[in-house]
Design a protein around this ligand. Structure first.
Ligand code: HEC
Length: 123
């Protein structure tokens, strides 16, 4: 009996260690409230997660398939294309796409693109 119990607690310790280490590696996702998002920005975040996150990092400057969107509106010009970083330009890129990026004009309404951009201003 004893060795079995010992084995199990060792297993639990191991599991705990793995969970703690994994927690250190993957940063915990912040809630909308923690990020201080209003309703429109929170709606935009959902769109971003659905359509953009797989190719663009929102909170890290690391590149994925496309360049990071961290601080995208904080600079005057977009990093890659050198286009002005303003609402109109970004809305066009989202609608019509760029060379290696598809457009989302068919899947998002103008209002949704506005919500998305409102969120991107918080990055
Ligand atoms: C399948 C991957 C993919 C998805 C999904 C995607 N993009 Fe892109 N995006 C790219 C790539 C690749 C580029 C670089 C295009 C180029 O060659 O100029 C890019 C470029 C951009 C640029 C211009 C960056 C610059 O510095 O010029 C913006 C802004 C942008 N994407 C925003 C978005 C937003 C917002 C979404 C979600 C609606 C999105 N992208 C979805 C791959 C993607």
């Amino acid at each position: 009996m004893m060795p079995k119990v010992k084995g199990f607690s060792l297993f639990l310790c191991g599991l705990l260690a793995v969970l703690v280490l994994a927690g250190c590696d993957v940063e915990r996702r912040k809630s909308d409230a923690e990020l201080g998002l209003n309703a429109q920005q929170a709606a935009g975040r959902m769109l971003y997660d659905n359509y953009c996150d797989r190719c663009h990092e929102p909170y890290s400057s690391r590149g994925k398939k496309g360049p990071s969107m961290k601080g995208v509106f904080k600079r005057q010009y977009l990093e890659l294309s050198g286009l002005p970083a303003n609402d109109d330009r970004i809305a066009d890129i989202v609608k019509y796409g760029r060379s290696k990026m598809e457009g989302f004009g068919q899947v998002m309404t103008d209002q949704q693109i506005k919500d998305l951009i409102a969120y991107m201003h918080t990055l």
